[in-house]
Design a protein around this ligand. Structure first.
Ligand code: MN
Length: 699
C-alpha cells in the first residue's frame, strides 16, 4: 500500500507560514506547537511516531490551503481538549475566545461516531455534522484531520481501515465536495478508493501509466498546439496544464457511464487558466476553432455556477488520432474558488485586513462570500437550510440517527422510535443522565427511553409533545383508554377557571350550557370536558361562550401566552401581533389563528364553522413568522445587502427563496421572525429605501 507520507516537521510548517503570515503570527503558531507537544507528551500514533506529528500535519494541510492564523493554531490544538488534560479555559487564556471556540467545536465532532450503512442515515449524519457547528472552520479542520488520518491508515488493521475509509467516503468526502474544498476532496476520494478497492486500483493505476507512456508524444503535441494557437490569437498570460486522471475517477466514470477501459482511458484532460471572464470565452472560441467540439458536451459553469460556487467552462474535443480531449477553462479567481471552496474566505489576505477579527458567525461570512465572489444564491440557500435549526438529529442507544423537528422533546423522541415506547415512557436518560421527558433535545445527544408497562399517557403529555405523531398517538390513547379520566380532568379545568373568575359553575343554567355545547359542536357536557382535556377546545373559548351572549356566533376572546397551549398560527397568512386576527377551532390543531383578510378565513366564515375574533397580546420576547416578498432589479450582491439590513436589526431569516422573473428582475421571498407588525413595518420601510428595490410587500 502506498499509504506512506513524509513526516512533517514544525520547521517545515513555520517555513510555509513565513511565506504568507506575519512574524508575530508564526510565533503564535509555534507557541501553540509547544503547548500541543507538552499536552500530547507520552502519546503515540499507531505508526509509532510521537502524537504531535499528527496536529502538525493537519496544520500543514491547512497551511497549504493558505488558511488563516486562527485555523492553523486551532488545528495545532485540535485534539487537546479531547485527548489531553488541557482545558478550554487554558486555550482561551493563551489564544483567545475564537480559537478556543473552534477547538471545542472540533472536539464535539470527534465524539460522533457513524456506524450505519444506509444512505438515509449517511445523509442525516452529514447534516448533523453541519448542524453541530456554527463556524465552518471547525468543519474544514475536521476534514484536514480526516485527510491526515486517511494518509496514515497503513499502520492499522484491515477491518478498521475499511470502516474508516467507508465512513470517509460517505461522510467526509461529500462534505468536502459540498463546501467546494476540491483539493481535499480529490485526495480523500483517491485514498478511499485505494483502500476499498485495492485490486482494481492496482490494475487501473498500471493501465493508466502504460497508456500515458504510449500516448506521451501525442499529448505533448496537443498541448503545444493549444499553446501556439492561444499565443497567435494574442491571448496574453495563460497557463495550460495537462491532468493525468486518477484510477478512482476513471473507475467512477466507467461505472456511471457504463464505459469500457479503453473508452475512458483515451480521454485526456487539460486545464487552461486565464485572467478574466472575457478571456475564458475567448479561449473557448479559439480552442473550438482548433479542434472540433463534441456536440452536447459543452457546459457553461461560468454563467451558471455550481451550487458550491464552482465556475469553469467545460468542453470535450475530437483530437488527433481519435483521442478525446477534455478542456476546462477558467479565470485565476475561479481557479482559486475551485481549489479552496469555502476555505477561500479565510484565505490569508495580506495588508490591511491582517488583524481584523474574522466573522465567527458563519452565516455572516457566507454573506460576505456571496458579496465578494458572486457565488450562487443557491449555495447560500442550501447551506443555510442545513444550518437552520429546523431539525435536530439525535441518536438511539444503538447508534441510529433520528431526525426530529426543532424544539422536539424527549417524549417526541420516544414516540418517533415507536408508539408503544412512547405510550409507556417511564423515564429517560440523555447522554446517560436522568432527564425529564419534557426536556428539549439538541443535535448529537443520545437518548435512552426506559419504559414501564404500567405507565400510560397522561393528558399533560399533550403539552409536552410537539410532533404531530406524538400528539395524535397520545390523543388516540387517551380517547380509547381513559374517557372517565378525561372527563374528570376537563370538568376540573373548567370549574377551576370559572372559580378563578369568581363564578360558581353550579350557577350557570342549562340553557346557557346547551347553547355553549351547540356553539362548540359538542354532543354533551362529557364530550365537551373530554375535548377540553385533549386541548381540542380551549378553556378560554368555553368560558367566553358561557359568559357572553350565545346567540351571537362571533366571540371575542383574549389570548396571552401562546406557548404550551394548543394555539397555532396559520401558514397561509402568517399572522403577527398587531394584525387583526381571528381563530378557527380545529380538532387536530386546536385553535388556528389567521389574519382577518386571509382567504382561508373567509371560506370558514362561509361554511359557518366556528371562528372567533381574537384579542392577542403576546409574551415579551415571543416572535412570529411573517412572509415578505421583495421585487428587485437583478444585480450582484443584492441578497447580501438585504440580508445585512435584516441582520443588523437583529432579526432572523427563517427561510429564503429566490424567484427569477426575467433577466432584469427577480423576486426574493423571505420568512422572517418578528415581534409585531410595527417592527415588521420598520423593516419593510428600510428595505424599500435600498436603491435596487422595486417593491416590498407582506404576503
Ligand atoms: Mn486528530
Amino acid at each position: 500500500m502506498s499509504l506512506f507520507t513524509k513526516r512533517v516537521l514544525i520547521s517545515d510548517l513555520c517555513g510555509l507560514l513565513d511565506t504568507y503570515m506575519s512574524k508575530k503570527q508564526v510565533e503564535g503558531v509555534y507557541q501553540a506547537y509547544i503547548l500541543a507537544a507538552t499536552a500530547h507528551d507520552g502519546q503515540y500514533r499507531q505508526s509509532g511516531e510521537a502524537y504531535v506529528f499528527h496536529p502538525i500535519s493537519v496544520a500543514m494541510i491547512l497551511a497549504e490551503l493558505k488558511l488563516d492564523y486562527y485555523c492553523i493554531v486551532a488545528a495545532m490544538l485540535h485534539d487537546c481538549i479531547e485527548d489531553t488534560t488541557l482545558t478550554y479555559e487554558e486555550i482561551e487564556y493563551n489564544f483567545g475566545y475564537e480559537i478556543a471556540h473552534i477547538v471545542e467545536g472540533v472536539s464535539k465532532l470527534t465524539g460522533l461516531e457513524f456506524n450505519s450503512n444506509t444512505d438515509k442515515q449517511a445523509q442525516n449524519f452529514r447534516k448533523l455534522f453541519l448542524a453541530m457547528t456554527n463556524d465552518m472552520r471547525v468543519i474544514v479542520i475536521k476534514l484536514a484531520d480526516r485527510l491526515h488520518n486517511m494518509r496514515t491508515l497503513g499502520s492499522i488493521r484491515r477491518d478498521k481501515q475499511l470502516r474508516i475509509a467507508k465512513e470517509t467516503e460517505e461522510i467526509h468526502a461529500p462534505i468536502a465536495r459540498r463546501l467546494g474544498l476540491n483539493s481535499i476532496r480529490v485526495e480523500l476520494d483517491n485514498l478511499c478508493f485505494e483502500i476499498i478497492h485495492p485490486y482494481t486500483h492496482k490494475v487501473l493505476a498500471h493501465k493508466i501509466k502504460r497508456q500515458y507512456g504510449n500516448r506521451r508524444k501525442v499529448i505533448r503535441h496537443i498541448q503545444a498546439e493549444i499553446e501556439n494557437r492561444l499565443n497567435q490569437e494574442n491571448l496574453n498570460s495563460f497557463e495550460i496544464t495537462g491532468r493525468r486522471k486518477q484510477s478512482c475517477s476513471i473507475y467512477k466514470k466507467m461505472k456511471l457511464k457504463k464505459l469500457k477501459f479503453s473508452q475512458v482511458l483515451d480521454m485526456y484532460a487539460f486545464r487552461v487558466i486565464v485572467d478574466d471572464v472575457a478571456d475564458c470565452y475567448q479561449a473557448l472560441g479559439i480552442i473550438h476553432n482548433l479542434y472540433k467540439p463534441l456536440p452536447g458536451k459543452f457546459k457553461d459553469y461560468v454563467a451558471l455556477p455550481k451550487s458550491n460556487g464552482y465556475q469553469s467552462l467545460h468542453t470535450v474535443l475530437f483530437g488527433p488520432k481519435k483521442i478525446f480531449i477534455e478542456v476546462q477553462i477558467r479565470s485565476k479567481d475561479m481557479h482559486f474558488v475551485s481549489e479552496y471552496g469555502i476555505a477561500a474566505h479565510w484565505h490569508y489576505k495580506s495588508g490591511k485586513e491582517e488583524e481584523e477579527g474574522l466573522a465567527s458567525n458563519w452565516l455572516g461570512s457566507l454573506l460576505d462570500i456571496q458579496q465578494n465572489s458572486g457565488t450562487s444564491v443557491e449555495f447560500l440557500e442550501e447551506t443555510k437550510n442545513d444550518l437552520n435549526p429546523s431539525e435536530v438529529f439525535v441518536f438511539t442507544p444503538a447508534g441510529d440517527i433520528i431526525q426530529l423537528p426543532y424544539k422536539s422533546t424527549v417524549l417526541d423522541f420516544a414516540y418517533m422510535v415507536h408508539t408503544s415506547i412512547g405510550n409507556h415512557t417511564f423515564k429517560a436518560k440523555v447522554d446517560q443522565i436522568n432527564t425529564p421527558i419534557s426536556q428539549e433535545l439538541k443535535s448529537g445527544q443520545t437518548i435512552e427511553i426506559i419504559t414501564n408497562k404500567k405507565t400510560k399517557p397522561h393528558p399533560s403529555w399533550l403539552q409536552i409533545a410537539i410532533t404531530a405523531k406524538a400528539k395524535s398517538s397520545i390523543k388516540s390513547f387517551l380517547k380509547s383508554e381513559s374517557t372517565s379520566e378525561l372527563i374528570q380532568l376537563g370538568e376540573y379545568l373548567i370549574t377551576n377557571a370559572l372559580d378563578y373568575q369568581g363564578i360558581d359553575s353550579e350557577s350557570i343554567d342549562e340553557d346557557k350550557w346547551n347553547k355553549c355545547l351547540l356553539n362548540l359542536n359538542c354532543g354533551s357536557k362529557e364530550d365537551l370536558y373530554a375535548k377540553v382535556s385533549l386541548s381540542e377546545i380551549l378553556v378560554s373559548v368555553v368560558l367566553n361562550s358561557l359568559q357572553h351572549d350565545s346567540d351571537n356566533k362571533i366571540h371575542k376572546i383574549s389570548i396571552k401566552k401562546t406557548q404550551g397551549k394548543s394555539i397555532s398560527f396559520a401558514r397561509c397568512c402568517h399572522p403577527i401581533p398587531g394584525d387583526k386576527v381571528a381563530g378557527i377551532l380545529t380538532t387536530s390543531k386546536g385553535m388556528v389563528i389567521h389574519r382577518f383578510e386571509c382567504s382561508n378565513l373567509s371560506h370558514t366564515k362561509q361554511k359557518n364553522l366556528q371562528y372567533l375574533q381574537v384579542d392577542w397580546k403576546p409574551d415579551e420576547g415571543e416572535e412570529f413568522r411573517a412572509k415578505v416578498s421583495i421585487d428587485v432589479a437583478n444585480r450582484r450582491g443584492i441578497l447580501a445587502s438585504i440580508a445585512n439590513i435584516i441582520f443588523k436589526m437583529g432579526i432572523n431569516i427563517e427561510s429564503l427563496e429566490v424567484e427569477e422573473n426575467d433577466n432584469s428582475m427577480k423576486a426574493i421571498n423571505l420568512i422572517i421572525s418578528v415581534a409585531n407588525s410595527d417592527k415588521l413595518n420598520d423593516i419593510l420601510i428600510q428595505i424599500k429605501e435600498l436603491e435596487f428595490v422595486i417593491d416590498v410587500n407582506r404576503i
